[in-house]
Design a binder for this molecule. Structure first.
Ligand code: GRF
Length: 241
């Protein structure tokens, strides 16, 4: 299958970047976070945004599950929340249309998937092309899909991790912004490994979000990501054992 491509862009082409001059410097980027469950990545992003000097705000958290624990936490934080349950729609197209309609009023510069467990349609991906980012718990292109930690253990890889990437219509695929890696230990269970990977996810995703918000991320014609200033784009957590 031919790889879908994203249009060449830089983060400066985002809507909030359109005004010129001082307004541009002062512009704060708007993030909408999509979740389906626990929301620990969402929390890491919300807390990072609140840190001094961050040029971004979380405009809303939208969940595909009304009972997502992360939704409750976001609500308690005073963040606008909404649930768009896939169970209320007959097919993916209808669900994605409702999801897009829920997102648009917040006028996000970026839509960040943070544990969002639905496969998005090509139409939805095209609508937010260049503004849609995901975190996946593996070192892509290894282990797309589910049960990545069990797959890592079963395969015998010695290093595992996470990937923050732009979304394309292919599942868990797209230009890589940052990765995080952890060792796989001899006696690892999927749960223990997941916990270790989560630690590095909570470093990698806020870093990527900040680079995006700062307008430093661009996509070259060859589909590779460039981050102005060349910050390290690999986070590593070594074992404490
Ligand atoms: C994370 O491992 C993320 O990479 C994956 O789903 C998990 C969500 O965890 N897409 P949380 O809801 O962010 O705690």
């Amino acid at each position: 299958m031919e790889c879908p491509i994203l249009p060449e862009f830089s983060a400066d082409s985002s809507p909030a970047a359109q005004p010129a001059g001082a307004a541009l410097a002062a512009a704060r980027r708007r993030l909408v976070l999509l979740i389906s469950g626990r929301g620990s990545n969402m929390r890491a992003l919300v807390e990072a945004c609140r840190a001094e000097g961050w040029p971004a705000d979380v405009a809303a958290v939208i969940s595909s599950r009304p009972d997502a624990a992360g939704l409750e936490w976001a609500r308690e934080q005073g963040i606008a929340t909404q649930a768009v349950s896939h169970k209320d729609y007959p097919n993916r197209e209808a669900f994605d249309a409702a999801l897009a309609a829920a997102i648009e009023p917040y006028q996000p510069d970026y839509v960040l998937l943070a544990g969002f467990m639905r496969v998005l349609t090509p139409g939805f991906v095209a609508r937010f092309a260049g503004r849609l980012v995901n975190i996946h718990p593996s070192l892509l292109p290894a282990f797309p899909g589910l049960h990545t930690h069990a797959q890592a253990i079963a395969t015998g890889v010695r290093v595992h991790g996470c990937t923050v990437h732009f979304v394309t219509p292919l599942l868990d695929h797209g230009p890589i912004i940052v990765q995080g890696c952890v060792p796989v230990l001899a006696d690892d269970t999927p749960e223990a490994l997941a916990q270790r990977v989560l630690q590095v996810e909570h470093l990698a995703y806020p870093a990527a979000a900040r680079w995006l918000a700062e307008g430093r991320v661009s996509l070259a014609a060859d589909q590779r990501v460039d981050v102005a200033g060349n910050p390290p784009r690999l986070f590593m957590i070594e074992s404490s054992r």
